[in-house]
Each structure stands twice: as structure tokens, then as C-alpha cells.
Design a binder for this molecule. Structure first.
Ligand SMILES: [Zn+2]
Ligand SMILES: [Zn+2]
Length: 339
């Protein structure tokens, strides 16, 4: 008898949630690697997919192997393939060393020395010093990842030290009391050194990472995000205890959070391998009511593919409609000219 061919390797989940793409692979205990290309960020790197090589920054939520295993490979491949341009390190910190392609990993400060030791361990094995930046970021702190776009770390609750992240767009807004003043007056005030604007942070995309439910999940950084990527490991009724033991979320926890979370799109990741996508989708329909339409499962390839095909068709219809209108306008222009 002939042997059966190997199982197909994991396919990347993909969602277009304008203006963001959320893509990656996430299966509880096996691997979670998610990226949002528009924000130059990857969240966790259980395994290094080809696609995630292109993001310059990986934000780690915690150091379970299914979230961190691909990190040394990611650094090494970015170096090998010369991806990434220049280091984020300021000149003063580089000690005169040349600028080299490098990736940056952001993590909880407790993880930083261990991840650095992990990278050092590879040096005698590979006989190469792979350039890397590992930056410990305290919970409640932010770091810039793009022009005016900041990553904020928020402590979460898991079986090991863990954080979630919110990507914030920083804008400066005119203070209320100056709103009705004319431009010249504002200019004068500014030149006198008066602070006429205040800074506001607008949550764009947030990611919970592995976590038990907690009050931190109702904070603005999560509840106001336009796109919220959340773990939900268990869907079966009666699996609440398993979720508690592993310090994960159950679909019942998500249901409780839905009225608070304003996101246009909620992306569920980290479902257990034992849960079929079909069953997870059924449970969402059953429990989430009208909110089900804004909930997506990253690994629901078929539904997400159909959704993207619809998006493509709509975009094409819009292009066609525009072409139709401009053709009509041209005809009426000709008519006016001949009349
Ligand atoms: Zn995990
Ligand atoms: Zn974990």
C-alpha cells in the first residue's frame, strides 16, 4: 500500500479590514504569528512565516514557545535576506558599528535578558553574530513604531508574565478653550509659549495576546480600538474550567466583553486545534447575536476568502460605476460643444 502524502502545512489566515490587513497563523499551543503590514508590526512569532519577515518590529506578548519560537530565525533570516534597512539604534548606542539590517523585538522587560541570552547562544552554533534589537517595554509605556504611531504595552493575566498591546495614533488637538479664536490670535498665543493643543492617542489596532479575562480588557486601549485581535481558546460549553486553568478566554468571556468593545472588527485567534472552525463559527452565531457579523476567525479560510472576493467585486463595481459616470459626462460635454 502506498503511504499517504504529508498533511498540508498551515495556510496564512487573511482578513482585509480597511485600512488594515490582519494576516498570520494562530492555533493554540502550536503557533501564533500575526502581522498588520500597514502598521509595520507583528504580534508574536511562534513560527517565522515568510510573510512576517517583512515587518520591522515584533511585539511579543509572552514567552510561551508557541508565541516566541520563531524569533531567532526571524532575526537571522532578515539579516540573511538583507531585509529591513537600517538599525533603529541611535548612532550614540551603536559604538561606531556599521548600520546593518536588523529586526526589533519589543517585549516585557523581564523577558529581555533571557531573549538576549537566547540570541547569544546561537552565536557559537551559527558562527555568526546576528544583529538584533531586543527592547524591554514596561507596561503602561509606549514606543514609536511609525511616524506618530505608538505601541503601548498593557499588563494582562496569563500563566507567565504577559502583556497585550494597543497601537495608538498620536494627534494633537486644539484645546477647547481656544477653539473659537481666529488663526492670528492662536499664532500669537503659540509664540508666547502657551500650550494651545493637547495630545490625544487614538487606538487603531489592539491585541490581547494569551490572557484570562480581566478588567484591563475594558480599558480604552482595547475597547476603543477599530480592530481588536483577541484570543479565544475555548468554545465548548463546559470548557470554562479549562480556560481558567490555562488562563485563557472562553467564548462566554468574549460575549461578556462585546457590549464594551466598540471595534468594527473583532478578530478571534488562538482557537484550540480540537475546535473545528465550523463549530467555532456556529457558537459565535448562537451566542453573539447581531455582533456575530463583526466577529471574524483569523483561521476561517473559506469564509474569509468569500468575504475578500466580495470586497474585490465591490471595488470593481465601484471602478465600473465611476467609468460609466465619466463616460456620460464626456457625452454631455460633447453635446454642449456641438449645440
Ligand atoms: Zn498560546
Ligand atoms: Zn500562552
Amino acid at each position: 500500500m502506498l503511504p499517504s502524502p504529508p498533511a498540508r502545512e498551515g495556510q496564512l489566515g487573511f482578513l482585509y479590514l480597511p485600512p488594515y490587513r490582519v494576516q498570520g497563523i494562530s492555533v493554540a499551543g502550536e503557533q501564533t504569528s500575526i502581522q498588520v503590514p500597514e502598521l509595520d508590526i507583528g504580534f508574536d512569532i511562534g513560527q517565522c512565516t515568510r510573510a512576517i519577515l517583512s515587518v520591522p518590529t515584533i511585539a511579543l506578548t509572552h514567552a510561551h514557545m508557541d508565541h516566541v519560537g520563531g524569533l531567532p530565525y526571524w532575526f537571522s533570516q532578515r539579516y540573511f535576506q538583507k531585509i529591513g534597512g537600517e538599525t533603529h539604534m541611535p548612532d550614540s548606542a551603536r559604538d561606531g558599528k556599521p548600520k546593518v539590517p536588523v529586526g526589533r523585538c519589543i517585549c516585557h522587560p523581564e523577558l529581555e535578558p533571557h531573549l538576549k541570552a537566547l540570541m547569544r547562544a546561537w552565536e557559537p552554533l551559527e558562527r555568526q553574530r546576528t544583529p538584533h534589537e531586543i527592547v524591554g517595554l514596561e507596561p503602561e509605556s509606549t514606543i514609536e513604531i511609525k511616524n506618530n504611531v505608538f505601541l503601548k504595552s498593557i499588563a494582562t493575566k496569563h500563566t507567565v508574565t504577559s502583556v497585550g498591546y494597543s497601537v495608538l495614533e498620536r494627534r494633537s488637538k486644539l484645546r477647547e478653550e481656544f477653539r473659537d479664536l481666529p488663526q492670528e490670535k492662536l499664532r500669537d498665543l503659540r509664540s508666547e509659549g502657551v500650550e494651545i493643543t493637547r495630545q490625544i492617542d487614538i487606538p487603531l489596532v489592539a491585541y490581547t495576546g494569551d490572557t484570562a479575562p480581566g478588567e484591563f480588557l475594558v480599558r480604552d486601549e482595547f475597547s476603543e480600538a477599530k480592530v481588536l485581535i483577541t484570543e479565544c481558546t475555548f468554545f465548548e460549553p463546559g470548557h470554562g474550567d479549562r480556560a481558567k486553568t490555562g488562563m485563557h478566554m472562553h467564548i462566554d468571556d468574549i460575549v461578556r466583553l462585546l457590549p464594551i468593545w466598540k471595534a468594527e472588527a473583532i478578530v478571534i485567534v488562538h482557537a484550540s486545534r480540537r475546535t473545528t472552525i465550523h463549530y467555532a463559527r456556529e457558537r459565535i452565531e448562537e451566542l453573539c447575536g447581531k455582533d456575530a457579523s463583526r466577529i471574524h476567525l483569523l483561521m476561517d479560510h473559506r469564509t474569509n476568502r468569500q468575504r475578500f472576493d466580495r470586497q474585490l467585486a465591490e471595488a470593481q463595481a465601484h471602478v465600473d460605476a465611476k467609468a460609466g459616470v465619466s463616460a456620460q459626462l464626456e457625452v454631455s460635454q460633447e453635446e454642449t460643444e456641438t449645440n
